[in-house]
Design a protein around this ligand. Sequence first.
Ligand code: TPP
Ligand code: MG
Length: 680
Amino acid sequence: MSAEVAPWSATAADPGLDRLCVDTIRVLSIDAVQQARSGHPGLPMAMAPVAYALYTRFLRHDPADPEWPDRDRFILSAGHGSMLLYSILHLAGYDVPLSEIRRFRQWGSRTPGHPEHGLTPGVETTTGPLGQGFANGIGMALAERFLRERFGPEVVDHRVFALCSDGDLMEGVTAEAASLAGHLRLGRLVYLYDDNGITIDGETSLSFATEDVEGRFRAYGWHTTSVDDANDVAAVSAAIEEAILEEDRPSLIRVRSVIGYPAPNKQGTAAAHGAPLGEEEVRATKAALGWDPDAAFVVPDPVRRLFAAARNRAQLAHRLWGERFERWSRTNRQLAGEWARAWNGECEPGLATAIPAFDPAKTARLATRAAGAEVMAAAAPYLPTMIGGSADLVESTKTTLPERGSFNRRRAGANVHWGVREHAMGAAVNGLALHGGIVKPYGSTFLVFSDYMRPAIRLSALMGLPVVWVFTHDSVAVGEDGPTHQPVEHYAALRAIPGLTVIRPADANETAEAWRVAIERKRGPVCLLLTRQDLPVLDPGFVRDGVARGGYVLHDSPDRLDVVLVASGSEVSVALEARDRLADDGFGARVVSMPSWELFEDQDEPYRRAVLPLHVPSVSVEAGVRQGWSRFVDASVSIERFGASAPGVEVMEYLGISASQVAGAARKLIGDHHAAVVPA
Ligand SMILES: Cc1ncc(C[n+]2csc(CCOP(=O)(O)OP(=O)(O)O)c2C)c(N)n1
Ligand SMILES: [Mg+2]
């Protein structure tokens, strides 16, 4: 069944009607770009035949149910060609009416400049940053294989198609992702490469043309073919069919095209890439195609009829799947329950009580990365479709799903070895989430290397994907490896990303609660920042639901409150020590643990005020730049420089992250405050 090609493949075509359909995509696209006075006409014009062949002959999808779990996925990785996608989605029967095509790139439209997941039905992922879509598809293919192995080929049996451009193939993330896909033999990938010899700066002879792209992909372990002329719908179809039948290796089809074809003056030039053709050139193009230059947004009746027929065939595949699914559900009741929960983003019942608490009497000190490992092991049985892994640092980040095996060529285990490919890991984890059915996808590395995957983290937030990023070695306390491995600006950099929930737990018990938040969250990414070094274990009774609220009073000073010390992660224990020193001097200090700004800011004003009272001076303590802390506190103990190579304890001390520094800063603040309130 898996190698079966759609029964409506290449042979039955009517070249004249094909041409009319292809030209309809072209004309819709250039009309929309022209009306918007902005956009990218060149790619949609040139690649219209490819999208046409794919959507009418091969793609198993259902425009009436864009979320059908077993649909084929299509990714327009070259997101600048968004009008190609909107035109084909409109014609295929998705809820993208002509009125939305006319509002291309306008406020509130379903047709934004670059495709956005969650906004437009039929858009599988947000693309635009070149290379991301390419690598998202690798994650989708991993998900497909994993779920096929778990639930069976009766219910999981689909492919990932993508269209990518020169820019996509030049990006490093693509190289990382392609290398992994070739290694793992992800044979359900069918990627079409728009080889047009043009990028924004001009011809690819400037920067790329020497590269043998097919040769490179063959070296990665891909199957490659080429088509000499994108306009040859039969040849394009034959190449797609061949690629579908090749199940052993991922496929790259190089399609030679002329950007902006058939605009008489602009085709084949960079001028067709990213600006409207202009009224005159639009008219000339329509004339060249034999269309009425005075008419716009026209869809001829025979085109509507052809797409309606294609839609019926596509929906038939969905109906047949539905029947198989019914039978399968009846005979696999337990798996069917798991399936429903997985596609709903839920874990198995019982997780809530399975998450461990750590008793300080038994374990006095534990690194939060080690606590994380225990929590993952305890939670794993309740997360049967969890997949993820580390970028060659699994020994260090301690993120594994015990007894669930490795994902390799032969077996889709839950532990993916991403290799030293942080950026592709990020984009592929996004792809796992976009695919659906995977609860929870995650990726991990050292916090300092989150920089290598920031574009993917940003997109996880932009798309609201329920993924987990686990970053360990979260401060200068990593020590000897030195400043290259010691994050200082990273907390601020991650908190700057809207929609990303950053949690930096103070101990093992906060780590358990942080994982709970991450697992239970159905929307939006959560980032866990964990330590390499051991930290004192706090009383789990004190931690309670504090982590879920982002910040809470860990230790109060009920009789006398002079200052509030607000700390995150490993600095919470520093603040606790400082509190004792202040108490020795007769000052009352409250210690607030603030593992997550975002969760704290979600709390109502009375709660936030109860934790951080308005008229009590406050000091933050965190082993990183102070940027942003002023929204909560009056002063900061922070690190405003890069770290240094030395034992971690010494680095912390030298850089001022110590109880004495904190107590000193607090004393000064109390003095200043007093001076301001009670003038001398
Ligand atoms: C990561 C990233 N860098 C830069 C850009 C800006 N950009 C958009 S398209 C493009 C290159 C255009 O060339 P190609 O990918 O071959 O597309 P074509 O013009 O052939 O359609 C660039 C640099 C981007 N979208 N993403
Ligand atoms: Mg190009």
